[in-house]
Design a protein around this ligand. Structure first.
Ligand code: XMP
Length: 324
């Protein structure tokens, strides 16, 4: 694809000119954008000047942290810092059930943990790279065009570190001229696995906002196991790529069920699947009933804590894509 080649050349020139042989730090979230940004930096710079940091919040999807690490190592990462921050996130979330409070705590923790870990792992001056896309700049109000999506607070753009680096002119945004589909093409070209490149969007606060009510390690585990089955089944059934975003939500409701002679109270899991162009509006995916029923029984069979599965049939608007 010649446009991608041309883009790589241009961006490579721009980034090299900007950073010289100084250090560049990129915080990897595990999503498409930051992973592709990481792959690109490793390709166009000396891998030795590229510092990659990934923070495991305890609210990631199953296998996500490992998968990201494998991919980045394969692309030549030498300074790859995988930070186990599970306790640092889950402790302060104990007993908190208000969604915006949870988002705030998670956002603040990100800032804190980042500062703590950067201090430990990188000395002296450095540039901060970000996987910002053209559309992110527009949505956060920094570009022209659409009004920002301000219904929910975003922690991705605008932390003190980012602001300080921006003021100092030390932000590198290699993807800021690209749209999502172009980033995906670039990811494939760089050799990043298709599981990451074509992955559905995942919110920064992770499973923290897909566990309605208070978050615990146990609930994260249950949701992670259930969601893994859901997503794996979608892939097996060739449905994953027809859906814009699919995920599971763990509800704070216990419902009664029977196992043998006993009555048991299990968790209720909601499955969501929507089609959309940009997440601003979304339609419910017209899920083939047979697949839905089979996936539901697989989940209740394999995750004993879940006693009931429901399918969310609300579009956006009036609902939002996420439940919190
Ligand atoms: P909603 O729920 O507002 O979601 O319809 C639209 C898109 O944004 C994602 N989303 C978030 N992403 N931090 C993020 O980085 C957040 O707090 C957040 N809330 C929602 C959501 O997954 C969907 O793709």
């Amino acid at each position: 694809d010649w446009t991608l080649d041309l883009f790589m050349e241009q961006i490579s020139e721009r980034v090299r000119e900007q950073v010289g042989n100084e250090k560049v730090l990129l915080l990897i979230s595990g999503g498409v954008d930051s992973t592709v940004a990481g792959g690109l930096l490793l390709k166009i710079l000396d891998p030795n000047q590229v510092y990659l940091m990934y923070i495991d919040t305890g609210m990631m999807r199953k296998g996500e942290s490992e998968e990201v690490a494998i991919n980045l190592k394969k692309l030549g990462a030498t300074h790859l810092h995988l930070i186990d921050a599970r306790d640092r996130f889950l402790e302060p979330l104990k007993g908190v059930d208000d969604p915006e409070k949870k988002r705030k705590i998670i956002g603040d923790r990100f800032i804190h943990v980042q500062e703590e870990e950067i201090e430990k792992h990188i000395s002296g001056e450095y540039f901060l790279a970000q996987g910002t896309l053209y559309t992110d700049l527009i949505e956060s109000g920094k570009g022209v065009g659409n009004k920002a999506n301000v219904i929910k607070s975003h922690h991705n753009v605008g932390s003190p570190l980012v602001e300080a680096k921006r003021q100092a002119g030390r932000i590198v945004e290699p993807l800021d001229m690209l749209y999502k589909d172009e980033v995906r093409k670039l990811g494939v070209k760089l050799g990043i696995s298709k599981d990451i490149v074509f992955r559905h969007p995942f919110p920064g606060p992770g499973l923290g906002i897909r566990i309605i009510g208070d978050v615990s390690e146990e609930k994260c585990r249950i949701l992670r196991d259930a969601d893994y089955i859901y997503i794996s089944e979608l892939k097996k059934r060739d449905l994953y790529d027809k859906i814009w975003q699919a995920f599971s939500v763990l509800l704070p409701v216990r419902s009664v069920g029977v196992t043998g002679d006993a009555r048991e109270y299990g968790f209720v899991l909601a499955l969501r699947a929507v089609v959309s162009h940009d997440g601003m509006t979304a339609d419910v995916y017209d899920f083939p009933t047979k697949d839905l029923l089979e996936i539901s029984s697989k989940i209740t069979n394999e995750v004993p804590e879940i006693g009931r599965v429901v399918y969310d049939i609300s579009s956006k608007p009036p609902a939002t894509i996420e439940w919190e």
